[in-house]
Design a protein around this ligand. Sequence first.
Ligand code: FAD
Length: 331
Amino acid sequence: MAGAPLHKILTVVWAAGGASAAARERTQAAAQLAADMKAEFAVLALGLGTGTVAPALAVAGANEILVSEEEALQVAPGEAGLRAIERACELTGADLVLLPADSLGRDWAPRLAYRLGAGLVTEVTDWSLAAGRPIFERLVFGGKAIATMVVAEGRAVAATRPGAGRRDAPPPSGRGEVRALGLPIPLDPLWPRVVRRQSEEREGPGLDEARVIVSGGRGLGGPEGFARLGDLAAALGGALGASRAAVDEGWAPATWQIGQTGKTVAPELYIAVGISGASQHLVGCSKAKTIVAINSDPDAPIFDYARFGVVGDWRVIVPALTAAVKEMRDR
Ligand SMILES: Cc1cc2nc3c(=O)[nH]c(=O)nc-3n(C[C@H](O)[C@H](O)[C@H](O)COP(=O)(O)OP(=O)(O)OC[C@H]3O[C@@H](n4cnc5c(N)ncnc54)[C@H](O)[C@@H]3O)c2cc1C
């Protein structure tokens, strides 16, 4: 039996140094859900420099923006972040908390649910509504099936993947009222700390941010294929991705891998080149708005998921496509 409708949504974004595209998109999806549920909506922005993100988050639909810029969030984001989120739940009375299903969010979600006595759904890819409570979707069996899950009663915590809840029409701008969380978070010497940060060297946008991703698979036949895909990605202002087969072959770094054991991405455009379309790959890119497949096998499973498909050898198609994009761009 369905429980009482939920009334207050809190979403958590990591916004150190600015509101990333991912943070804005998460805010927008949560704001839309709040509008559909006729619920109140607040965002907790975590990290140093979050004070400046209010205008961007307000445009994305945030009414109330709680900010925490505690130093401890940099040093021990797992523990300090959890305390900040708990405090934000107290302040807002949130009964639905949306966390990102990234490495930090996956750490926070079960611990927060336990502390709040809330039900938990993880790896959420989309949602709908019934009687004021969300019905969450998550992919199961390596992306071969969708499970629908509800937290039938009481508060709910959901860890949501990139692109979850994305709708075509963005919600109206929110009020954007900023409030400091007001919780000092002293660093506990027993907390696990970040000892070193290493950024991936990459030209152009990262996979989390990119509006266009050009991804290569085993069908490229070797590492040099990625140089050709790089030309196309650069022409489109996009990023390079890879299938696990290409990564296992050593043609692309592991950080480029898309899929069940790689990254989940949700770009506007995903171009899959020489990728067969295994469910374990698709689980990482199914939230792309448009998938284009280039494959020499007309029966490749990727064509069942692609909006546009080109049957042929990538060696012919990709250079022609790159030239056409450059010509259009420079026109
Ligand atoms: C537990 C588990 C987790 C996994 N996690 C992931 C994951 O995170 N990400 C992932 O990608 N995979 C993952 N896999 C592996 C997955 O099952 C597939 O094996 C893998 O995705 C296949 O990669 P591929 O499509 O590049 O290669 P293939 O399946 O070998 O496909 C190559 C494609 O290239 C096409 N092709 C060949 N030559 C050309 C040409 N000249 N021009 C155009 N097309 C050409 C072929 O027709 C074919 O369709 C996982 C598997 C398991 C069991």
